[in-house]
Design a protein around this ligand. Structure first.
Ligand SMILES: Cc1ncc(C[n+]2csc(CCOP(=O)(O)OP(=O)(O)O)c2C)c(N)n1
Ligand SMILES: [Mg+2]
Length: 685
């Protein structure tokens, strides 16, 4: 096969592999790679579904990487300083399952390989890191893994700036054509090039095939030029030539920028009639084809059997980094007790609880003494000043809306190329790449990433937010300008369905605080939710402080609570979130004038409320006959609180461009409208 030359491909290869990375005799390499191919063919065949093409095509790349470069220890998959390997092309899951099995990861038994894609196995269709020890992330939606890896590489540099050589590893990615076609790859790799993440190495499975057929049907990008334009080192190699792959990785490791190695491969390598064709991408090869492949590859063993010599070679590869692990433990033990304790705390993902509680208390006391009428985005900035000082693992950022999202507290230095100790990331206008990179930072460990954009653009970040929820990662999205209350920017910028859409994502916490105190409380809850992502929906416009006096308790923790009681037995319960709580409070006053007793319940978080035992929920909802919900958004989701017979004051379509007070009047989200809705239900209108 002729490999097109790029300028960088012509650069001299490393004279010799670095110490301890000895090349394998070619025959040994081939047998090791063929073990991956055979396990992949057999598992897919047994499952009657799956993707044999990628594992068979990329087996040589993986064999070189895992036997000569990757630093890892199967005995401790969570070793903090392991190199990260991300299989971004998650459909090729059998590649990583075969590797974990062959390398000696205890739980990846041959039985698990035989149960590929079955309920309860640790070998699901696409890799799920929360099921399978040894997986760094959950992949399948193309492009996400690559963008996660960018976040991992950021985390590595940041923690290295703080903890020195306790954090000193590479992040490798195996990406497919599909990964590179997805838009998120552009956002993430542009950021990686800009930040000069030289420890990020992407091995591109450049097989020229995707599901529909040859890539030429839909794509003609020169990926090497594309990555070079983004500040990467990029080259092409023959992806079935172990020495060429090794030399390219050696070069990449020495580069002062991130590297792309386009490895030209044949999908389904070894399959007699399906190799090089999309037919090997995503279905079992069939008994005949597998028989032919075994002959072609010289693999004589029956299904699922790995000969002892090959098993031995793989086990040796698995044990390769044990001395590096031991040396790392020694370095950790040589650290001062304070640094060691702090490092371990961060890695465990354990908050500095006392410092955090003290910070929250201080701000609450200040707000009790001096109430503030400010936008919740400003309240968030003020909360962040205290919280980021108490919680050093918080790394902030914004997708080019820093001044609007208020996510950069005073004095927080930028994290930039060569200045990785900074704690604020200018992500650029890249919401999707930002959210996916944040997932990678959280997955890396030692960091709680938070960021900012407008709530309406949560759609641009949604695929990554969904995966954070699936994986159970603590990432926090500050999303400001959360309703028509943003005013003049108009309906393109005014979210109406976004709260409902975000609340529909399982395991995601969506907070919409009503004032400065609730904002602080919601921040605290988001930080404490160590296994869930959060969105904080915040206002552009000022809101009165409704929570007056000092209250030690985090009232938002139950998701909904009575913020203003009725004077006597309530006939009406008014439920509202965020900026509409003040409207509900005003409506309560109007109803009082009409002799109707109403209470107001603030609902800062549907999910926490829904998690309460039924009796507690009933108690908060209360016995009042009439229930009215108020939120400047669509009704969807509110029936769980107000019932299908409840009244709802909100939006039924898109917003409009005008000063916000006018918009609230125009769309009828006013105290008068709320009072009227209640009176109508009481038959008093
Ligand atoms: C976001 C997203 N869109 C679509 C898919 C469905 N899908 C799985 S693999 C694939 C493309 C296959 O081509 P390639 O990435 O080159 O992988 P190869 O066939 O070479 O292994 C597609 C469209 C997906 N997994 N993720
Ligand atoms: Mg492909």
């Amino acid at each position: 096969m002729t490999i097109p030359k790029s300028p960088l491909a012509a650069a001299p290869a490393a004279a010799a592999p670095s110490a301890g990375l000895a090349a394998l005799p070619r025959a040994q390499h081939d047998r090791m790679a063929n073990a991956i191919r055979a396990l992949a063919m057999d598992a897919v065949e047994q499952a009657k579904s799956g993707h044999p093409g990628l594992p068979m095509g990329a087996a040589d790349i993986a064999t070189v990487l895992f036997t000569r470069f990757l630093k890892f220890d199967p005995a401790d998959p969570a070793w903090p300083d392991r190199d990260r390997f991300v299989l971004s092309a998650g459909h090729g899951s059998m590649l990583i399952y075969a590797l974990l099995h062959l390398l000696g990861y205890e739980r990846m038994t041959i039985e698990e390989i035989k149960r590929f894609r079955q309920l309860g196995s640790i070998t699901p269709g696409h890799p799920e890191n929360f099921l399978t020890p040894g997986l760094e992330t959950t992949t399948g939606p193309l492009g996400q893994g690559l963008a996660n890896a960018v976040g991992m590489a950021i985390a590595e540099r940041h923690l290295a700036a703080e903890f020195g050589d306790l954090v000193d590893h590479f992040t490798y990615v195996l990406a497919s054509d599909g990964d590179l076609m997805e838009g998120v790859s552009q956002e993430a790799t542009a950021l990686a090039g800009h930040l000069k993440l030289s420890r990020l190495i992407v091995l591109f499975d450049d097989n020229g095939i995707s599901i529909d057929g040859p890539l030429s049907l839909a794509d003609s990008v020169d990926q090497v030029k594309r990555f070079e334009a983004a500040g990467w080192a990029a080259c092409r190699v023959d992806g079935h030539d172990p020495e060429a792959i090794a030399a390219a990785i050696e070069r990449a490791k020495r580069s002062d920028c991130p590297s792309l190695i386009a490895c030209r491969t044949t999908i389904g390598f070894g399959a007699p009639t399906k190799a090089g064709k999309s037919s090997s991408h995503g279905s079992p090869l069939g008994a005949e084809e597998i028989k032919g492949a075994r002959e072609k590859l010289g693999w004589k063993e029956p299904a699922f059997e790995v000969p002892a010599d090959v098993r031995e070679l793989w086990r040796k590869a698995g044990a390769r980094s044990q001395h590096l692990h031991a040396a790392w433990e020694e370095r950790l033990n040589a650290m001062s007790p304070d640094v060691r304790a702090e490092f371990k705390r961060r890695v465990r993902g354990e908050l500095p609880r006392e410092k955090l509680a003290a910070a929250v208390r201080r701000v609450k006391e200040r707000l009790a003494a001096e109430p503030k009428e400010i936008a919740t985005r400003i309240a968030s900035e003020q909360a962040l000043e205290a919280l980021t000082a108490a919680v050093p693992e918080m790394i902030g950022g914004s997708a080019d809306l820093t001044g609007s999202n208020n996510t950069r507290p005073k004095g927080m230095a930028a994290l930039a190329a060569g200045h990785y100790g900074g704690r604020f990331i200018h992500y650029g206008v890249r919401e999707h790449g930002m959210a996916a990179a944040m997932n990678g930072m959280a997955l890396h460990g030692g960091i709680i990433p938070y960021s900012g954009t407008f709530l309406v653009f949560s759609d641009y970040a949604r695929p990554a937010i969904r995966l954070a929820a699936l994986m159970g990662e603590c990432v926090i999205h500050v999303m400001t300008h959360d309703s028509i209350g943003l005013g003049e920017d108009g309906p393109t910028h005014q979210p109406v369905e976004h709260l409902a859409a975000l609340r529909a994502i399982p395991n995601l916490l969506v907070f919409r605080p009503c004032d400065v105190v609730e904002t602080l409380e919601c921040w605290q809850l988001a930080l404490e939710a160590h296994d869930r992502p959060s969105v904080l929906a915040l206002t552009r416009q000022n809101l009165p402080q409704l929570r007056l006096g000092h209250d030690e308790k985090n009232r938002c923790a139950v998701g909904a609570y009575e913020i203003v009681p009725a004077e006597r037995a309530a006939q009406v319960s008014l439920f509202a979130s965020g900026s509409e709580v003040a409207i509900a409070v005003a409506a309560r006053g109007l109803l009082r004038e009409r002799g109707v007793m109403a209470r107001v319940v603030s609902v800062p978080c549907f999910e926490l409320f829904a998690a309460l035992p039924e009796a507690e929920r009933e108690d908060i909802i209360g016995p009042a006959r009439v229930r009215v919900g108020v939120e400047a958004a669509v009704r969807q989701g509110w029936d769980a609180i107000i019932g299908s017979s409840g009244a709802f004051v909100g939006m039924t379509g898109f917003g409009a461009s005008a000063p916000y007070k006018e918009l609230y009047r125009h769309f009828g989200i006013t105290a008068e409208a709320v009072a009227k809705a209640a009176l109508t239900r009481l038959g008093k209108n």
